[in-house]
Design a protein around this ligand. Structure first.
Ligand code: FAD
Length: 560
């Protein structure tokens, strides 16, 4: 939806102002800190001389749109201009122009701006609007998605949405293996982070499921890389927070697709029982009774009355076997929560079947074992039968409902953490049973809790995850929306309190989709000495002038 609107808007704009280059450059906001590059008066002329087919806009509407994001938490300093590329060469030309300057200007690729803290911004510089790739100059979105049935892969433009990748692959009975929960994110955007969801325990994050990339480095060089060719650049870019290059194409491996999913939700009264079961499920090599029976394993925490009360609204419209359909479900769940001390947990899983994934009788047998062996609160199980696409794209329904009532564009002060397995119960006690329950907020949104197998993550990539001895680590997503006056401040304070709690309790967590206000935070709190040294070394190689993705606030000036 976003892409189509933008495309239409862009086509109209292109007709009237294609190649109408900057007349004026807005001065970057005076109150911002040192990482703002101040455009010189010659900047518009330089852009004018690029000689690219791309549309460049510097009007307030374009720059405001390019500096806004899903977080809606802080106002990022706007870019001086937005580049709507018609092809990757336009981006390369822009980067070469920046690089050639004695004082280079910042450039950031922007997928859909689903970041929450201005990470896709380019303060005072140029934001590259990735979705317009292929749409100007007579191209089409579908032209940048190409399936090889023989090779069992899809080539996807970095600007493509995962939902479109899914549909293109399914047209050939194929599918990628690793997903995010929400599919309306761009390929380049999630590969710059990690791309995680309930399949990652088995297949690893999306960055573990890439064969080849086309990348444009900070100096404007266009490189095709893979583990075998220019492997260091390939690894740097994956999970690289946009610091080493712009991803313009990713080759994603495909496998034969299932057609259906049994979607299971089970309520638990304690974190120990939930995490114990989750770990049994994801231990695919141990051969236990339930190990590997689910294809998707996640979990949610229902830590406040609002969430517990609204649980019924998650109810499916058609359920094959579900306590949702019982008339007194809300009262029963509330009673269970009271007995459990106010906090409930939900294991959310799926078993794929149909097509390449086996028949219905197999899935029935597996389900029987799961419902017998797992330690959920008896009587609180919901099982639904849905299409594979319906399951993967389920968050879209929620988005449309929230949009309809004006609750999609509210502030989202999200906090995502990776925690070592050995401390997850300490975290649950301190955060789910204490901090999140203190001080009522009207905030809404899920709190996720699910485990990963570390051996499915590649430590050569730039992604940062717990690498201690433990084989399992947890993802915690505190994904709340500020819906009433005062919520945002209270939620930000709670986030700070959670981070302080971890520090004081010695829980060595790292942020996923990280945000730090300055380089010291990145260096000390996120990367640590060894990973920081490698990150710096890669930055020196691929973007020494620190042109790319300054909105991440990792580098604010060219490296010495
Ligand atoms: P943007 O926000 O536009 O960009 C993010 C960063 O990547 C920026 O630094 C940008 O400069 C850089 N970048 C963007 N495109 C490129 C490119 N082509 N090449 C190089 N750098 C680039 N994440 C998960 O892992 N799992 C989930 O289940 C999940 N669910 C989400 C649900 C919602 C509703 C939202 C809003 C986000 C979710 N995310 C999830 C987070 C998501 O992965 C990140 O927001 C990610 O950045 C993708 O968003 P985007 O494509 O809009 O990228």
């Amino acid at each position: 939806m976003v892409v189509i609107n933008k495309a239409q808007e862009m086509t109209m704009a292109a007709l009237s102002v294609l190649n109408c280059l900057l007349k004026t450059v807005q001065a970057a906001r005076a109150n911002d800190d040192a990482h703002v590059w101040m455009p010189a008066s010659s900047f518009p002329d330089e852009l004018r001389d690029l000689g690219v087919a791309a549309l460049i806009r510097d009007d307030a509407e374009a720059t405001a749109l390019a500096s806004a994001d899903f977080g809606n938490v802080s106002v990022a300093p706007p870019p001086a201009a937005v580049l709507y590329p018609s092809c990757p060469a336009d981006i390369a030309a822009l980067l070469r122009a920046s690089c050639a300057r004695p004082s280079p200007f910042p450039v950031s690729a922007r997928g859909c701006g689903h970041s929450v803290r201005g990470q896709a911004g380019a303060p005072g510089g140029v934001v590259v609007d990735m979705p317009s790739l292929g749409q100007l100059g007579g191209g089409s979105t579908s032209g940048r998605l190409s399936v090889s049935v023989e090779g069992q892969y899809i080539d996807a433009g970095g600007e493509q949405l995962w939902v479109d990748v899914l549909h293109s692959a399914l047209a050939h009975g194929l599918t990628p293996r690793s997903w995010t929960d929400y599919l309306h994110l761009t390929v380049g955007g999630t590969l710059s982070n990690a791309g995680i969801s309930g399949q990652a325990f088995r297949h690893g994050p999306q960055i573990s499921n890439v064969q080849e990339l086309d990348v444009i480095t900070g100096s404007g060089e266009m490189v095709t890389c893979s583990k075998e060719k220019d492997g260091d650049l390939f690894d740097a870019v994956l999970g690289g927070l946009g610091q080493f290059g712009v991803i313009t194409r990713a080759r994603i491996p495909l496998v034969p697709a299932p057609t259906r999913a049994r979607w299971v939700r089970l309520l638990y009264t304690g974190a120990a029982a939930l995490t114990g079961d989750q770990e049994r499920l994801i231990d695919v090599e141990c051969g236990g009774t339930v190990s590997g029976l689910m294809d998707y394993v996640e979990g949610t925490v229902l830590a406040d009355k609002g969430l517990i009360g609204s649980w019924r609204s998650l109810s499916p419209s058609s359920s094959s076997s579900s306590f949702f359909s019982e008339p007194d479900v809300a009262a029963r769940v509330a009673k269970l929560a009271e007995e459990a001390g106010g906090v409930l947990y939900c294991l959310e899983g799926a078993l794929y079947y149909g097509g390449a994934a086996g028949g219905e009788s197999d899935v029935d047998k597996k389900l029987e074992v799961l419902l017998r062996e797992l330690r959920y609160a008896r009587g609180f199980a919901s099982v639904q039968d849905v299409s594979y696409v319906g399951f993967l794209d389920r968050v879209r329904d929620g988005e449309l409902k929230l949009r309809a009532v004006g609750l999609w564009d509210v502030p989202h002060p999200w906090l995502n953490l990776f925690l070592p397995r050995s401390r997850v119960l300490d975290f649950a006690a301190g955060v789910f049973h204490d901090i999140l329950r203190r001080g009522a907020t009207g905030a809404m949104g899920p709190v996720l809790l699910y485990p990963m197998n570390r051996n499915r993550w590649d430590s050569e990539t730039s992604a940062v995850f717990p690498e201690e001895e433990e084989e399992v680590f947890y993802t915690v997503g505190i994904l709340r929306s500020a819906v009433s006056d005062g919520d945002l401040g209270r939620l930000e304070e709670q986030n700070e309190e959670i981070l302080r709690f971890c520090e004081e309790a010695g829980i060595s967590c790292v942020q996923y989709l990280p945000y730090y206000a300055d380089q010291t935070g990145w260096q000390k709190k996120h990367f640590g000495p060894a990973k920081w040294a490698r990150f710096m070394e890669r930055k020196r190689k691929y973007d020494p002038k620190a042109i790319l993705s300054r909105g991440q606030r990792i580098f604010t000036a060219p490296l010495a």
